[in-house]
Design a protein around this ligand. Sequence first.
Ligand SMILES: Cc1cc2nc3c(=O)[nH]c(=O)nc-3n(C[C@H](O)[C@H](O)[C@H](O)COP(=O)(O)O)c2cc1C
Ligand code: SF4
Ligand code: SF4
Length: 254
Amino acid sequence: MKIIYFSSTGNSLFVAKSLGGELLPVPRLQKNGVYEITGDVVGIICPVYGFTLPNLVKEYLEKAVIKAEYVFAVMTFGGFSMAALTRMKKLLTARGVQLHYANEIKMVDTYLPLFEIAGELKKKKEESIALQINAVANDIKERKQYLARHNWLQKFISNVFSALWENKKAVNKRDKNFRVDDLCNACGTCRKVCPTGNIAGSGKPVYQHACEFCLACIHLCPQNAIHLKNERSAKRFRNPQATLAEIINANNQR
Ligand SMILES: Cc1cc2nc3c(=O)[nH]c(=O)nc-3n(C[C@H](O)[C@H](O)[C@H](O)COP(=O)(O)O)c2cc1C
Ligand code: SF4
Ligand code: SF4
C-alpha cells in the first residue's frame, strides 16, 4: 500500500501512519518530480482547507498518474468539511482514477483565525479520534467500497469557497499578515517545515509571498514567535503522534 499525503501539523500524518504502508509526502514528491504512483492499493490523505483541498494537493493530483486496484481518499478536518471530498473525487475522476473509498475524520481544528487550540483539545479527545481512525483503517483493510456523499448545499458552499481558495495570488500573499516577534532565536525550524520553501533568510524568517497558508511555520515554531493578525489562539498545535522531524522530513524544500 502506498499513501500520498500532506500534513502541516501532523493530523493527516498520524492517520497515514495508522493505516501503514509506504508514506509519500506531496511536498517531497513535488520536489523530486515524482508523479507516477503505482501499487495494489493507493491512498490519498490530506486536510480540508477552506472547504476544499489544499492547493498543493490539488496541483499534485492534477498532474499525477495513479494506477491501483483500490484507491481511497481520507480527509481530516476540524469543524465543517462540506463537500471537499466530492471535489477530490471529481478531480480524480477527471484524471481517470476511480475512487473506491472516501471518508473523513474529525480532528483538532488548526485554523488559527477562527479556532482556539485549548478549547479544541478539550472538545476533541484522543480516544474519539482513535475510534474514527480505527474504523477507517478496518474499512480499508477490508477493501470496503464507500463514498461519503454530500448534499447540494455542501457542494454549493465548497464550490464558492474553492473559488476564493484557488485564487492563488491572494492566498500566496497571506503571509503579509504574519508577524515575527523578538522571541525568535533563528533556529530555522519555520524554514524547514514550510512545504513551499516560502521562507528565506538565516535569522528571522523572511516571507517570500508564495505561501500556502498551511500555518505550519506558526504552529511549529519552538519559540511561538510567529503570530497571525487577529489569531484566536495563543496556543499552538502539533499532533502528539507526529514528530517535528517527521514533518520536516516530509515538507522541507531547502
Ligand atoms: C488554512 C486552513 C484551512 C482550514 N479549513 C478548514 C475547513 O474549511 N473546514 C474544516 O473543517 N477544517 C479546516 N481546517 C482544519 C484542518 O482541516 C484540520 O485541523 C486538519 O486535521 C489539519 O491537518 P494536518 O494537521 O494534517 O495539517 C483548516 C486548517 C487550515 C490550516
Ligand atoms: S521557527 Fe521560530 S524561532 Fe525558529 S527561526 Fe523560525 S520564527 Fe525564529
Ligand atoms: S510560510 Fe508558513 S504558512 Fe506559508 S506555506 Fe510556509 S509554512 Fe505554510
